[in-house]
Design a binder for this molecule. Structure first.
Ligand code: BEZ
Length: 251
């Protein structure tokens, strides 16, 4: 398996180009159906946009994220957010629920993550999550691979994301002692607030970094040219091919 991602997270860039991630995460809060006073862990909370929504519902929420700048940004809102690698969670039987939106696909060792989630939950605790599933951003990945291949670079060796099938993730959940209440792949074509190049800068740094700096703008233009016929409308609006894996399970 390739080494993990070395993507960096700049809260300002994220706020400019990725606010839609939290906006589209609201239905997941409905699936969680948190009750006031419940203790909930927001795993991979980023800049804390959904953590704040949970707190506003009266939830006693703790956020964790591995990005120091994102944690600092989330703390400015007065949230309890901690710098922690989701592969090495340190919580023991203390949460009524673990919640995670658009984060688990960055975690390349899902068994370590699921073990930490199981340990963090009280008996009967819930795990509600959504992240990229099998087929997620398939056309973007293919275009990135092609542009790297043109430069004799191996994109497969870089692949920073984990996009499992329903069957694979269900097996993992059950192996870690969870009962799965629902799990499904949901295709969700997602309009971008700006250009595809901004999405690549915000999320695909692992791929861009291996291209010599002087060539990166050209490489992003090539990715955009490959994808324009499929993902961009005549008005220049990009819609990307997200596929979410959404699940609710309990221990
Ligand atoms: C996602 O939310 O599915 C995603 C975001 C950035 C990179 C890869 C996947």
């Amino acid at each position: 398996m390739p080494a993990g991602s070395s993507q960096t997270w700049d809260p300002q860039r994220y706020a400019r180009h990725a606010r839609f991630v939290a906006d589209l995460g609201e239905p997941l809060i409905e699936l969680l159906a948190p009750r006031p006073g419940e203790r909930v862990l927001d795993l991979g909370c980023g800049d804390g946009a959904l953590t704040a929504k949970l707190a506003a519902l009266g939830v006693n929420v703790v956020g964790v994220d591995a990005g120091a700048d994102m944690v600092a940004a989330a703390r400015t809102g007065g949230l309890d957010v901690r710098l922690m690698d989701a592969h090495a969670l340190t919580f023991e039987r203390e949460f009524d629920a673990v919640f995670s939106n658009a984060a688990l696909h960055w975690m390349r060792h899902p068994d370590a993550v699921l073990e930490g989630i199981r340990r963090a939950l009280k008996p009967g605790g819930r795990f509600v999550a959504e992240f990229g599933g099998a087929g997620n951003i398939a056309s973007i990945l293919a275009a990135l691979m092609e542009v790297l291949r043109r430069r004799r670079l191996d994109g497969q060796a870089i692949m920073p994301w984990y996009f499992p099938t329903v069957e694979e993730y269900r097996r993992k959940l059950e192996a870690h002692g969870f009962t799965v209440d629902s799990i499904a792949l949901i295709p969700r074509p997602t309009p971008l607030p700006g250009a595809l190049a901004d999405w690549l800068d915000t999320f695909a740094e692992d791929f861009l970094r291996v291209i010599p700096e002087a060539e990166r703008e050209a490489a992003k233009a090539e990715v955009s040219a490959i994808l324009r016929p499929k993902l961009c409308d005549p008005q220049g609006r990009w819609t990307i091919d997200y596929v979410r894996l959404r699940l609710a399970a309990r221990i």
